[in-house]
Design a protein around this ligand. Structure first.
Ligand code: ATP
Ligand code: MG
Length: 410
């Protein structure tokens, strides 16, 4: 797509609570302007996965039309995010023999291909194969082994797979909305493009994207992704707790949370009063903001405790000196950084998309991390990929992923 001769890349974040379309314009290799943002409530997803095609298509249409109007363009192709409990990240290893000669570029393809020979069940789709390092004759930590002499070339990779049907439903919705899919991208990988610095990724950092229905985790170290995990818990669960705890409708609970919610109850005093609508025609009641915080805190604490457990289980607990970067709509809430530092026991900062031109004020919000990240991911891999979901050739998609990665790496 283009406008006035410049390239346009569109990210489509189909989240559990909102669908958002973000149009990015590439002016120079390093200069990106966001020129269109469209959002619409999402009614067709549960815990990050499409469960109602019609509702999802409608939300996509609304969000895309809004972004098109703002950007003055027609959106035909998008980079879309994928998340949910079905997405799994695993470590892989590949090895080939070189018969004592220099490593050539095509050997990199071969060695990654061999990592992939790993058995992937028929009901799963490979979303990414991301090489982390190469090893020549036992010497590890090599980013570019081309030209090095050796007899044995190995690679460590991170392989992300998802349920075929979940990926197919996502693609189907986008097709029904009249657009093509350039690629599907793991949501936390996309968010990381928008909120993490290259330094953080090099030193070691964990990204936590806490949205409405899911909390996505990704650990980076030595410049590449090491570990990914998804929890099917998010801001929606806080809403349910508030609705139950205060006997108020769900929509009202969410409004209260977004307007007055605090994640760490010790941050609010007991004298700030708020009004709560009741169910069944009863009169509204007054509670304190602290009462509300005391309902929210245990749930956010639970989510963060599960995140901490994942970080510990991943083995990266001591390999993330840059701490945690939290993003996603839920972290807009006051006190989330403080509570996260307390529960995780590492430094925490709130991540919002930054360093981008255009509508930078609008997108400097944690709800846009995935959408903006999809644009940045798309720019990085622009034109390289053709999406292939099962009905075509899975292997081709894997191969394309590898090619893209090489481009990033060298
Ligand atoms: N000011 C706010 N205070 C507290 N929570 C907020 C605020 N604004 C938005 N949220 C919450 O953020 C959540 C939505 O976040 P986000 O847009 O990142 O999720 P999503 O991408 O739609 O969902 P997911 O990524 O889980 O599929 C909702 O639970 C919403 O209530
Ligand atoms: Mg999201």
């Amino acid at each position: 797509m283009s406008r006035k001769g410049s390239d346009l890349i569109v990210g489509l974040d189909i989240g559990t609570t909102k669908v958002c379309a973000i149009v990015g314009e590439v002016n120079y290799p390093d200069e990106i302007d966001i020129i269109g943002v469209g959002t619409h409530p999402s009614y067709g997803l549960k815990r990050g996965v499409v469960v109602n095609i019609e509702n999802t298509v409608q939300s996509i249409n609304h969000a895309v039309q809004e972004a098109e109007q703002m950007a003055g363009c027609e959106i035909r192709t998008v980079f879309a995010g994928i998340a949910g409990g079905h997405v799994k990240g695993i470590s892989g290893h590949g090895m080939i023999t070189l018969r004592s000669r220099e490593v050539a570029k095509r050997d990199l393809d071969r060695v990654i291909e061999s990592a992939n020979a790993l058995l992937i069940p028929a009901d799963r789709e490979i979303i990414h194969v991301i090489p982390q390092e190469f090893i020549v004759d036992g010497q590890g930590g090599i980013k570019d082994p081309v030209g090095i002499y050796g007899v044995k070339l190995e690679t460590k990779v991170h392989i992300v797979t998802g349920q075929v049907t979940a990926a197919q439903n996502l693609v189907k919705c986008i097709h029904r909305a009249g657009m093509d899919v350039a690629d599907i991208v793991l949501e936390q990988l996309a968010s990381s493009e928008a909120v993490l610095t290259p330094d953080e990724k090099e030193i070691g950092v964990v990204l936590i994207d806490c949205g409405g229905g899911t909390t996505d985790i990704a650990t980076f170290s030595g410049g590449s992704i090491r570990y990914t995990e998804n929890l099917t818990l998010g801001g929606d669960h806080i809403d349910r707790d508030i609705a139950l705890g205060l006997s108020t409708p769900l929509a009202e609970a969410r409004k209260l949370k977004e307007k007055y919610g605090v994640a760490l109850s010790e941050l609010v005093s007991t004298d700030e009063k708020i009004e709560v609508a009741s169910v069944g025609g009863r009169r509204p009641r007054r509670i304190t903001r602290k009462d509300l915080a005391m309902i929210i805190e245990p749930r956010v604490e639970e989510i963060l405790s599960l995140v901490r457990r994942e970080i510990t289980n991943s083995g990266y607990r001591d390999l993330i000196p840059a701490g945690a970067v939290i993003t996603g709509g839920t972290v807009i809430m006051e006190g989330t950084v403080e509570l996260a530092e307390k529960v995780l026991g590492i430094p925490v900062r709130r991540g919002v998309p930054s360093g981008i031109g255009g509508l930078s004020d609008i997108i400097a919000n944690p709800v846009y991390s995935t959408g903006v990240g999809l644009v940045l991911y798309g720019i990085r891999y622009k034109g390289d990929k053709k999406l292939r979901i099962r009905d075509e050739n899975v292997f081709k998609k894997v191969f394309d992923s590898m090619k893209n990665w090489f481009r990033e790496f060298f």
